[in-house]
Design a binder for this molecule. Structure first.
Ligand SMILES: C[S@@+](CC[C@H](N)C(=O)[O-])C[C@H]1O[C@@H](n2cnc3c(N)ncnc32)[C@H](O)[C@@H]1O
Length: 217
């Protein structure tokens, strides 16, 4: 039996303009904590973060994909923005270092009638050499020790002319890293804001920063 079947889950509706998706996330994220001293064991993969809703809405409204376009979502967790790319016709790979996250993300894709590839990779030891047309990063640039590894993946795993979509809840650490990374890069940059309303969460409304980086060559 897949390990994720043992995790009690709750159903979460996800409303895009004119379309409803259904996701399953852990019912009690805190019960999945096994070691409070190890940041790698924080079960932040087991829910959908506000930044993922913001990016999913943005992609649904504003991004088009040819069917042949390949998308890689990094730190996908439950995989919402990547699954929306699949819904828009892209060929999608969801990646995470947590195997339970990947199992649940794959189930979420199938539950919505979509097929995705799953890739287990740690940013610190990233061995995938494939290049993608689009990289997606929803609320993953939060740790200054990990951000440089992601900055390298942005360079090595993006096709020439490709784009990177980043979202976050207006985190200073993310803004700072992206400014430094972009100052040294050959990428165009566009910034957007998405408002996300979520009932039953800490705050009813979140401002989500979206950044689109386009490789200039
Ligand atoms: C804050 S959660 C965001 C999850 C999802 N992107 C979202 O916005 O709902 C961070 C995600 O990054 C993954 N992650 C953390 N450290 C990682 C690492 N070193 N390599 C790969 N994935 C990692 C976690 O498992 C988790 O799914």
């Amino acid at each position: 039996m897949p390990e994720s079947k043992k995790i009690p889950k709750k159903e979460l509706p996800c409303y895009l303009q004119g379309r409803k998706l259904t996701f399953f996330v852990a019912e009690d994220v805190e019960s999945l904590i096994t070691d409070v001293n190890d940041p790698d064991k924080v079960p932040c993969w087991a829910d959908i973060w506000p930044a993922a809703y913001g990016l999913a809405n943005f992609i649904w409204k504003s991004v088009t994909f040819n069917p042949a376009k390949k998308v890689l979502e990094l730190g996908a967790g439950m995989g919402l923005p990547g699954i929306v790319c699949a819904l828009k016709g892209a060929s999608v790979t969801l990646s995470d270092f947590n195997p339970l996250a990947l199992e649940m993300a794959g189930e979420n894709a199938r539950h919505n009638g979509l097929e995705v590839e799953l890739l287990r990779e740690d940013w610190r030891t990233f061995s995938c050499r494939e290049q993608f047309d689009c990289l997606i990063a929803s609320d993953i640039l939060y740790d200054p020790r990990l951000n440089p590894f992601l900055g390298r993946i942005f360079y090595e795993n993006l096709r020439p002319g490709g784009k990177i979509l980043v979202s976050h809840s207006c985190r200073t650490v993310t803004y700072d890293f992206l400014k430094e990374w972009h100052d040294k890069s050959l990428f165009g940059r566009e910034d957007y804001m998405e408002e996300v309303e979520l009932s039953g969460t800490l705050l009813p409304r979140y401002e989500i920063a979206i950044h689109v980086f386009k490789a200039l060559r």
